[in-house]
Design a protein around this ligand. Structure first.
Ligand code: UDP
Length: 479
C-alpha cells in the first residue's frame, strides 16, 4: 500500500439508481484495494445500502468512506423517501427525479470544498460535474455504466442520423461508421431518437457535451470483450478511456455477494440449497434488472412459456401487487419443484455463479450482461428500454454469447403497459439456448468469455493494468 504522503484521494459520485450505484461502489472498492483513499457520495436513504459492505472493507484496513448529500425530493416535486430511481412510479416522477439530480450541483461543490480530493469520478447523469470539478482544479472522470459498443452506437447515430432515411419505424438502417455491420430499427432506439421526451433528450445532450470536456472515461468493461469498440471510442471518437471491469469480480466472499445492492428478499442459503438440488446447467435464471415492472398479462405469458418449455427456473419479479393466476402458477411450480419465484431482490451474482444455472434470461442491462459473462452463463436477450437493444446486438451478433427472444420495441418507461413477447417466442428461445444444438456453441463461447473476464482483473491482466496506468497518470498530474 502506498504511503500516506502520496495517497491519492478519489471521490465517487454515483447516480442514485441500483444499476449505476452497484458498479460504482464495486469500482471504488477496487480502487481502494489499489491503495487509494476513496470517498463515495450518497443520499441518506441510499447510504445504508452500502455502509455494511464498506464497514467490512474498513476492517481490513482500506481507506473507504461515505459522504452524505441531502436529496432534494420535495424541491423536485417528489414524495418524501423517493431517493432512488427504482422508487419512481410514473414518467412524471422519472423526470422529476432527474430534476432532483440537477439540484445536487451546489451540495457537490460544498463537499469538494471541504474534502479536496485529487479527482472526481461522477456518473454521466451529472453532466455539470465537469465544471464543478474544474473550480477545484481537479479532473472529472465519467462513469457511463454501459458498454463501449452502446456508447459508440449512440454517438454514431447522433452523428450520421441514419434513422432519418427510413420510411417506417420497423425498417432496418445501418449504423454507419461502426467496426461491424450493425442494423437496427427506429423502434429499437431509446426515446432520445424518437423525440418523445424533451427532458431526457436535453439531459442526454448535456451528457454528450460533458464527455468532450471531461478528462476521460472509466469503463466497466475489459479490453478482450469489445476490443474494436474500446479502440473506436478512443481512436475514432477521440476520447480518453480506461477499462476497469468487470468490477463485480471484486466480490469474493459469499457475504459481500449477498450484500450487493440490497438485502435479498429470499433466504440466500435456502435459494442456494434449492439450486444445489438441481443438475448442472439445468436452471434458467430470469431477471430484468433492478426496477422494470411488467404488466400482469406479460407476467402470465412468461409463466405459460416456462410451463410449456418445462425448464427448471428461478424468476425474479419486481411487481408488488398480487395476481390470482400467478399465485396459482407459483403453487404449482413450488409443489412440483420446477421453479422458485423471488419477489423483490435476488442475490444475482450468487445465483449466476452456481453451477446449476445454465442460462440467464435478461433485459441486457450492462451489469447483468457482465455478471453473466463473468460466470460463463449464456443469455436469452429480452431488451426493454434505454440502450438495451444496442447491448443485444453486441451479445448476440458480436460476442455470440446469447440468443434473442425477439423483442421489437424499446419501452419509453420502466413500467410497461403492454405484452411485448408472446409465450411461443419465450418457449422457443428457452429451447434454443438450453437444449438445442445451437445452444452448445453459445455455451462454449460464454465459458471462453468467462476465462477472459477473470484474467482481465487479475494482477497483470488488461483491466488491472489499465487501473494502474490511470492511477499513475492521476498521481503524476494531480497527486
Ligand atoms: N440486481 C440484483 N438483484 C435483483 C436485481 C438486480 O442483485 O433482484 C443487481 C444486478 O446484479 C445488477 C444490477 O442490480 O448488478 C442491475 O443492473 P443492470 O445494469 O443489469 O440493470 P438495471 O437495473 O440498471 O436496468
Amino acid at each position: 500500500m502506498e504511503s500516506r504522503v502520496q495517497q491519492l484521494h478519489i471521490m465517487f459520485f454515483p447516480h442514485l439508481s441500483h444499476g449505476h450505484m452497484i458498479p460504482t461502489i464495486d469500482m471504488a472498492r477496487v480502487f481502494a484495494r489499489h491503495g487509494v483513499k476513496v470517498t463515495i457520495i450518497s443520499s441518506p436513504l441510499n447510504a445504508p445500502l452500502i455502509s455494511e459492505i464498506l464497514e467490512k472493507d474498513k476492517q481490513i484496513g482500506l481507506e473507504i468512506g461515505i459522504r452524505i448529500i441531502k436529496f432534494p425530493s420535495a424541491e423536485a416535486g417528489l414524495p418524501e423517501g423517493c431517493e432512488n430511481l427504482a422508487s419512481t412510479t410514473s414518467p412524471q416522477m422519472f423526470n422529476n427525479f432527474f430534476k432532483a439530480l440537477s439540484l445536487l450541483q451546489q451540495p457537490l461543490e460544498e463537499i469538494l470544498e471541504e474534502c479536496r480530493p485529487n479527482c472526481l469520478v461522477a456518473d454521466t447523469a451529472f453532466p455539470w460535474a465537469t465544471e464543478v470539478a474544474a473550480k477545484f482544479g481537479i479532473p472529472r472522470l465519467i462513469f457511463h455504466g454501459t458498454s463501449y459498443f452502446a456508447i459508440c452506437a449512440f454517438l454514431c447515430i447522433l452523428r450520421y442520423e441514419p434513422h432519418k432515411n427510413t420510411v417506417s419505424d420497423s425498417e432496418y438502417f445501418t449504423l454507419l461508421g461502426l467496426p461491424d455491420h450493425i442494423q437496427m430499427t427506429k423502434l429499437q432506439q431509446p426515446s432520445y431518437f424518437n423525440g418523445v421526451d424533451d427532458e431526457q433528450k436535453k439531459m442526454a445532450d448535456l451528457s454528450v457535451q460533458s464527455e468532450v470536456t471531461s478528462y476521460g472515461v472509466l469503463g466497466n468493461s475489459f479490453k478482450e470483450l469489445e476490443p474494436a469498440y474500446s479502440e473506436h471510442y478512443r481512436n475514432v471518437l477521440g476520447r480518453k478511456a480506461w477499462n476497469v471491469g468487470p468490477v463485480s469480480l471484486c466480490n469474493k466472499e459469499i457475504e459481500e455477494k449477498s450484500l450487493r445492492g440490497k438485502a435479498a428478499s429470499i433466504d440466500t442459503h435456502e435459494c442456494l440449497k434449492w439450486l444445489d438440488s438441481k443438475q448442472p446447467n439445468s436452471v434458467l435464471y430470469i431477471s430484468f434488472g433492478s426496477k422494470y415492472k411488467f404488466p400482469h398479462a406479460q407476467l402470465l405469458e412468461i409463466a405459460k412459456g416456462l410451463e410449456a418449455a418445462g425448464q427448471d427456473f428461478i424468476w425474479v419479479i419486481k411487481n408488488e401487487d398480487k395476481d390470482e393466476l400467478l399465485e396459482e402458477f407459483e403453487q404449482r411450480i413450488t409443489k412440483n419443484k420446477k421453479g422458485l419465484i423471488i419477489k423483490g431482490w435476488a442475490p444475482q451474482v450468487l445465483i449466476l455463479e452456481n453451477e446449476a444455472v445454465g442460462g440467464f434470461m435478461t433485459h441486457c442491462g450492462w451489469n447483468s450482461v457482465l455478471e453473466s459473462i463473468s460466470n460463463g452463463v449464456p443469455m436469452i436477450i429480452w431488451p426493454l428500454y434505454a440502450e438495451q437493444f444496442y447491448n443485444e446486438k453486441l451479445v448476440t451478433q458480436i460476442l455470440k454469447a446469447g440468443v434473442s427472444v425477439g423483442a421489437k420495441e424499446c419501452s419509453r418507461s420502466i413500467d410497461a403497459k403492454k405484452i411485448s413477447v408472446k409465450k411461443e417466442d419465450i418457449e422457443k428461445s428457452m429451447k434454443r439456448l438450453m437444449v438445442g444444438e445451437e445452444g452448445e456453441e453459445i455455451k462454449r463461447r460464454a465459458k471462453e468469455l468467462k476465462e477472459m473476464a477473470r484474467r482481465a482483473v487479475e494482477e497483470g491482466g488488461s483491466s488491472y493494468s489499465d487501473i494502474r496506468d490511470f492511477l499513475e497518470e492521476m498521481r503524476a498530474n494531480f497527486g
